[in-house]
Design a protein around this ligand. Structure first.
Ligand SMILES: O=C(O)CCC(=O)C(=O)O
Length: 265
């Protein structure tokens, strides 16, 4: 499976509309060289541009949905289109990731469960999602997660329980905690014996330099590809069959005792 992680630079000197056009064309550029394209968290506004969340919030099927659906169809790719600030018809805002099939149909929508900021920012401006989301891709089942979720291993175990063999993380991770990003991406891959595709953003917005360093990790914890700090398309080819092989040869997941219902022993 060929994946392109598009590590978009999110800077304040570019309007949301211009960035949407630019990202659409970057997705289209992946035609013929990727089966799956992944984008960062909240790239229309920036993950830390809290003052834009309400003013740029969209209904689920708003302008970003329309542009990404078309871009997926034009490129003929599966597209994890990062996330948008979604305004639910009842009022609350969610940080919602969208996944499109190559015919431009919505295959999954995931409202971020763990909101970042403690008692500020996203944690107070957005509501929390409640549902774990997986999506069946041609050769693998992918679990859909967003940024701060990466710190909560129980979410990933839950996704593995739903059949996930590839774990997608779409993020706007800050440079200040870059070491955690790479370490946690590798940890989630090793403990779940799964591929991790972690796509972050580049640039600086709201005074927060982004870490970049998008990374693809295999089920043995090896880094298959890693981006630098700036805007970049990270292209990695991986064999989803490696998950089954790894889980068979080193069956640690079978030794889980806790969190299973009913307990195995
Ligand atoms: O956990 C972190 O260090 C970063 C999380 C974050 O920036 C986010 O979820 O938007």
């Amino acid at each position: 499976m060929r994946a392109s992680l598009i590590q978009i630079a999110v800077n304040e000197d570019e309007s949301v509309n211009s960035r949407r056009d630019r990202v659409s064309s970057l997705v289209r550029d992946q035609a013929g060289s990727a089966d799956l394209v992944v984008l960062p968290e909240l790239w229309p506004t920036g993950a830390f541009a809290y003052e834009l969340f309400a003013s740029e919030a969209e209904p689920l099927e708003g302008p970003t949905f329309e542009a990404m659906s078309k871009a997926a169809r034009d490129a003929g790719v599966w597209l994890h289109a990062g996330s948008i600030p979604e305004r639910d018809p009842d009022g609350p805002l969610y940080n919602t990731a969208l996944v499109f099939s190559p015919d431009g149909e919505l295959a999954a929508a995931y409202r971020k469960i763990h909101r970042f900021g403690f008692d500020k920012g996203e944690a107070v401006l957005m509501s929390a999602g409640r549902e774990l989301v997986t999506v069946r891709l041609p050769e693998t089942v992918a679990g859909v997660t967003t940024c701060y979720d990466l710190r909560f291993p129980e979410l990933y175990r839950g996704l593995v329980g739903l059949g996930a063999e590839t774990l997608i993380v779409s993020a706007g991770w800050p440079e200040r905690r870059r070491a955690h990003w790479t370490l946690l991406a590798q940890a989630r891959a090793v403990e779940n014996q799964a591929f991790v595709l972690a796509c972050g953003s580049a640039g600086t917005h709201a005074g927060v330099p982004q870490a970049g360093h998008s990374v693809v990790v295999d089920p043995w914890g090896e880094v298959l590809g890693e981006a630098g700090a700036g805007e970049e398309v990270l292209r990695v080819e991986f064999d989803p069959g490696r998950v089954g092989e790894t889980r068979e040869q080193f069956p640690a997941l079978k030794d889980r005792l806790l969190g299973l219902d009913p307990p195995r022993r």
